[in-house]
Design a protein around this ligand. Structure first.
Ligand code: AHR
Length: 500
C-alpha cells in the first residue's frame, strides 16, 4: 500500500519508504502470462513449424529464449473467448487425424494442430533449467462444453488410475500425469460476445455444480470462478452463490485512452476494482459463514493490459503497437498489483505473444515492445513483500478514463506513482513512474541507503515505439550514491534498488 498526500506543485516531493514495514506477501503468480488460440499468438507466434527458427516440435526457439527472461510462473490457456466453443479432444492424438473446425470467437478456422499435449510440452521447454516449472492454468469450456467433457479433460491431464482418459493420455505418449492445478470455470460468460452467454443466476448454479464434480474427481485442483470487473452485480451474485466452492475469483480489465494522461492513469481504476472485489469476497464469505480456517479467496486478475482495439492491427484488432505512454501505463498497472498484493493470488498479462503483447514475432525474429521493459524489471525484482510507503507530491486532477475514476481519486492521481518491495535477502526495490509529459520532478527519498542501483525507462516522446528497425524505449542502468534528491524525468519509470 502506498499512502499519498497532495501538495501544491512547486514544493519538493518526498517519498518515504521503510524496509521494516512489510505489508503483505507478493504472490509470484502475479507475473503470469496467457496464450489464446487467437490471431498470431499460437500459430505463427509460439508454434511455427517449418520456420528455420523453430525446433523439432515446431516451437519458435527465439520466442522461448526471450520469454525465459521474464521468468513467467504460470500461463493461462487456451482462451479467452476461444474456449467457449473449444472441444479439447479435437486437439489431442495423431495430428493428421485432428479435425479443422470453424472457430466462433474470432471467426477463423481452428486446425487443432496445437492442443493440450503441445501446450504442456511448450511449458516444459519454457521452464527448462528452472527450479520450478511454468504452471499450466486451463480454462474450461462453459459455452458449448459439457461437464462430462470438463471432467474428461481433468482426468486426461491429472488421472493416475487405470481409467479411460488417463489411458488415452498414456497412449499419446505421456505416462506421468501433467498435474494441472489451476482450472477456470469458464471465461467472461457474462459477455454478449460469448457463445452461450449466461445470466449470473444460471452461471452461478452451473459453476456450483461443476465445482462439486471437479473436486470429487481431483480434490487438489484450484478452481477459479468467472467474475467480471470486480465491481458488478455479476461479481456480487456469483460470489455469494459460489464463494465456498472456489479458491479464486477472476476479474478482467483492459485500459486505454487516446491522450497520455488519461492512458497512464487509467490502470488506477484496476486498483479500485481490486479493492471492490476484495470487499465483495469478504461479504460473500461472511454471508456464507465460510470458516476462517478456509484459506483466503483471492483475486485472479487473469486478463489485464493496455488495449485499444480501434488502433490495434491484425484481423482481431489485437496486434498493438505499444508506445512509451503504454509502457508507463503497464508500469502503473504493475505498481497497482504490488500495492494490492494482499488480495491477489494470480495475474496474467493478456497476452504473451503477438496478441496485445509485449513480444512480437516476424518470420525472422522477435521484437520487444515498449511494454516489455517494465514487465521485465518487475518480474525480476519486485518480489517478496510489499512495503508501506508514503508519497507527498502534486497530482493530476483532469479527466480520467473511465470518467468515474476522477470521482474516486479525491486528491487526483499523483504525478509520481510509487510502489516498493523488499525481498527475502533484504533488497529493497522501489518503482517511481513520473506520469507528467512536461515536468521532471526532484524528490527527497527518505529511507534509502547507498549504493543505489538505478534502472530507467524512457524515450523521446509519449508516442515513441519499438518496432523492428527502431528501438526508442529501453532500460538504462546506472549507480547513484543516494546523496541529494533523486530526479525523475518526465515520462519515465525509474526503479531504485538498495540493500536495507
Ligand atoms: O485477450 C483477448 C480477449 O479479451 C479474450 O479472449 C477475452 O476473454 C477478452 O475479452
Amino acid at each position: 500500500m502506498t499512502t499519498f498526500t497532495r501538495i501544491d506543485d512547486g514544493e519538493t516531493p518526498v517519498i518515504e519508504v521503510d524496509a521494516l514495514k512489510k505489508l503483505s506477501k507478493i504472490d509470484p503468480m502475479i507475473y503470469g502470462g496467457f496464450t489464446e488460440h487467437m490471431g498470431r499468438c499460437i500459430y505463427g507466434g509460439i508454434y511455427d513449424p517449418g520456420n528455420p527458427l523453430s525446433d523439432e516440435n515446431g516451437f519458435r526457439t527465439d520466442v522461448i529464449k526471450a520469454l525465459r527472461e521474464l521468468n513467467i510462473p504460470v500461463i493461462r490457456y487456451p482462451g479467452g473467448n476461444f474456449v467457449a466453443t473449444y472441444h479439447w479432444l479435437d486437439g489431442v492424438g495423431p495430428r493428421d487425424q485432428r479435425p479443422s473446425r470453424p472457430e466462433l470467437a474470432w471467426l477463423g478456422t481452428e486446425t487443432n494442430q496445437f492442443g493440450t499435449d503441445e501446450f504442456m510440452r511448450w511449458l516444459d521447454a519454457l521452464g527448462e533449467g528452472r527450479e520450478q516449472r511454468v504452471e499450466p492454468y486451463i480454462c474450461l469450456n462453459m459455452g458449448t462444453g459439457t461437464l462430462d467433457e470438463a471432467l474428461a479433460w481433468v482426468e486426461y491431464c491429472n488421472g493416475t488410475r487405470d481409467t479411460h482418459y488417463a489411458n488415452l493420455r498414456r497412449r499419446h505418449g505421456r505416462e506421468e500425469p501433467y498435474r494441472v492445478r489451476y482450472w477456470a470455470l469458464g471465461n467472461e460468460v457474462w459477455g454478449p460476445w460469448q457463445v452461450e452467454q449466461a445470466t449470473k443466476e444460471d452461471y452461478a448454479r452451473k459453476a456450483f455444480q461443476w465445482a462439486k464434480a471437479l473436486r470429487l474427481l481431483d480434490p487438489d485442483i484450484v478452481l477459479v470462478l468467472c467474475g467480471q470487473d470486480g465491481t458488478s452485480s455479476w461479481d456480487h451474485h456469483v460470489l455469494h452463490e459460489c464463494v465456498g466452492s472456489v479458491d479464486m475469483h477472476s476479474i478482467h480489465i483492459y485500459t486505454a485512452a487516446k491522450d497520455h494522461l488519461r492512458n497512464v492513469t487509467a490502470p488506477l481504476s484496476a486498483e479500485r476494482a481490486i479493492q471492490a472485489a476484495a470487499a465483495l469476497i469478504d461479504v460473500a464469505r461472511i454471508e456464507n459463514k465460510v470458516p476462517p480456517s478456509k484459506p483466503p479467496t483471492r483475486i485472479c486478475f487473469d486478463e489485464w493490459n493496455v488495449w485499444d482495439p480501434e488502433r490495434a492491427r491484425g484481423d482481431e484488432g489485437a496486434e498493438e503497437r505499444y508506445t512509451l505512454s503504454d509502457a508507463l501505463a503497464v508500469a502503473v498497472w504493475l505498481n497497482v498489483f504490488v500495492r494490492q498484493s494482499r488480495h491477489l493470488g494470480m495475474a496474467n498479462i493478456a497476452q504473451t505473444v503477438n496478441v496485445i503483447s509485449p513480444l512480437m514475432t516476424s518470420r525472422d525474429g522477435v521484437t520487444r515492445q515498449t511494454t516489455w521493459w517494465p514487465l521485465l524489471l518487475f518480474s525480476k525484482y519486485m518480489r517478496g513483500w510489499t512495503l508501506g510507503c508514503h508519497v507527498r507530491c502534486g497530482s493530476y486532477r483532469g479527466e480520467t478514463q473511465p470518467a468515474w475514476l476522477q470521482g474516486v481519486l479525491e486528491e487526483g492521481a499523483p504525478w509520481l506513482d510509487v510502489s516498493a518491495s523488499v525481498d527475502d535477502g533484504g533488497m529493497v526495490s522501489m518503482v517511481v513512474v513520473n506520469i507528467s509529459e512536461t515536468q521532471d520532478l526532484e524528490a527527497e527519498i527518505r529511507g534509502i541507503k547507498a549504493p543505489v542501483k538505478v534502472y530507467h525507462i524512457t524515450g523521446p516522446r509519449a508516442d515513441s515505439v519499438n518496432v523492428e528497425d527502431k528501438q526508442e524505449v529501453a532500460v538504462e542502468k546506472s549507480q547513484w550514491n543516494g546523496e541529494g534528491k533523486a530526479v525523475f524525468t518526465k515520462l519515465s519509470m525509474t526503479m531504485l534498488r538498495w540493500q536495507s
